[in-house]
Design a protein around this ligand. Structure first.
Ligand code: ZN
Ligand code: ZN
Length: 438
């Protein structure tokens, strides 16, 4: 049902199910000749930022303005999927289908980067102007910018030929709005599923760096994990991630008295031997430098990535400072190193993290993430080969600085590449743990 807005100029034909708050706000603003000042009466405005349209928060300062705020909230992704909208969707830029926007429509789900194409038209979701290439504005209401259907740089219509910002007769909804239904149903399943508990989703990062430090890769990966592993659904299009996330598990979580015993001294000894420095490292000594974060980094492309990966891997299970790495006690390995690596307190799992299979899963997932990082580093070193020496040195320093959170001890720099997901098995009632690296 399209929203009813008493007191405003509004027509029900302008809007339909699944429309997001961006185009709704644009229409109500133009049709009623409103200003930003007015919106601030009905929506919580954050100092200097305005209001993100992923979760516009209605306020009760003014009854009419609040009904507007409320309508925008009801259309937002926060209303549809409160638990995970931040992990799936972006407000850094407005994303649109050119066909949808040509009649003044944008689906709320277009803000999910994992959904590459418009489910209605099959057109790619864009984030720049077709005419001049300028980036779309943030998905925000703020003082400098009001939402519109045309480019903020060149003024051309985003949806092709016709300028429709002030053409109320041109505003309508796409014919096959029902094509949004499968995605809406799937989001509803994620939202109501009590079986899936993604424990560290807001801090989780991928091993690859997104351009300009955004979280785009991570959002794609969250979508891919949900779409392909946790709640697979063939009616929802797959993500187009180059590399599928690696999933480790399931590991059965046993609780209380049945909890598996702590790591024994012998088992911890095995782990220590696994992470010990490999002898072949000696051969490559002069190809490493140790930056201030205390974990040696290869200079040039001669060091095989698996040797570099070993250093990164080992650092996650050791006490690392700028001058030494030393092993934890068996107790601290279970109580400090592993929970901090996953950014969670042990008791949030309601089971001992030292459960052997879980420890194995964590070692495996950490190795996988370390290897991905080392391979990426190695590729970068190869790209420096052709560069003259002083410039190559400069680039190495800049790269080390940019990658410090990945190349050193992850928990020291709030970098958490291992997702922890608890899933309840509906049949047995048992909790299972998965670790994911992307
Ligand atoms: Zn479309
Ligand atoms: Zn433009």
């Amino acid at each position: 049902m399209s929203p009813i807005l008493p007191g405003f100029v509004w027509a029900s034909a302008w809007s339909g199910i699944g429309e997001g708050p961006y185009t709704l706000a644009a229409k109500i603003i133009y049709a009623n000749n409103l200003r930003t000042r007015y919106l601030r009466k009905g929506i919580l405005w954050r100092q200097g930022k305005g209001a993100s349209l992923l979760d516009p928060c209605p306020t009760s300062n003014d009854e009419m303005a609040s009904s507007l705020g409320n309508m925008l909230y009801q259309a937002s992704l926060a209303a549809r999927i409160p638990r995970l909208y931040k992990a799936l969707a972006t407000d850094r830029e407005f994303r649109y289908c050119a066909k949808c926007i040509s009649s003044g429509f944008q689906a709320a789900i277009a803000q999910i980067p994992g959904i590459v194409q418009c489910p209605i038209h099959g057109e790619i979701h864009r984030n720049s102007c077709i005419h001049c290439g300028a980036s779309t504005p943030p998905y925000f209401l703020n003082n400098d910018h009001l939402p519109s259907f045309s480019c903020t740089e060149c003024g051309s219509p985003l949806g092709g030929e016709l300028l429709i910002d002030r053409r109320v007769d041109a505003w309508s909804t796409p014919d096959r709005l029902d094509r949004l239904d499968p995605i809406h149903t799937w989001l509803e399943r994620i939202n109501t599923s009590k079986d899936i508990h993604w424990m560290n989703v807001s801090e989780w990062s991928t091993t690859l760096q997104s351009p300009e430090g955004t979280r785009d890769h991570t959002r794609d990966a969250v979508f891919a994990v949900l779409r392909s592993r946790l709640l697979p659904d063939k009616t929802v299009p797959e993500s187009n991630l180059d590399q599928k996330p690696e999933v480790f598990g399931p590991f059965v979580l046993t609780q209380g008295a049945k909890s598996s015993p702590d790591l024994t001294e012998a088992e911890y000894g095995t782990i220590l031997r696994r992470i010990a420095l490999p002898p072949e490292l000696q051969k490559y000594r002069e190809h490493f430098r140790t930056p201030s974060f205390g974990v040696a980094v290869p200079v040039g492309s001669l060091v095989p990535p698996h040797l570099h990966a070993h250093l990164i891997w080992r650092a996650q299970f050791q006490k690392v400072t700028s001058i030494y790495c030393e092993p934890y006690s068996r107790f601290d390995f279970c109580a400090v190193a592993v929970p901090q690596l996953l950014n969670m307190k042990v008791n949030r799992l309601e089971a001992k993290i030292s459960n052997r299979r879980i420890s194995d899963g964590i070692l495996g997932a950490t190795w996988n993430a370390s290897l991905k990082i080392a391979v990426e580093w190695h590729k970068m070193q190869i790209s420096f080969r052709e560069v003259p020496l002083p410039e190559a040195e400069r680039r190495w320093l800049i790269a080390v600085d940019r990658w410090a959170n990945r190349l050193g001890c992850w928990r020291h720099r709030n970098y958490f590449p291992i997702a922890v997901i608890k899933v309840k098995d509906r049949i047995t009632g048992q909790d299972h743990l998965y670790f994911v690296v992307a």
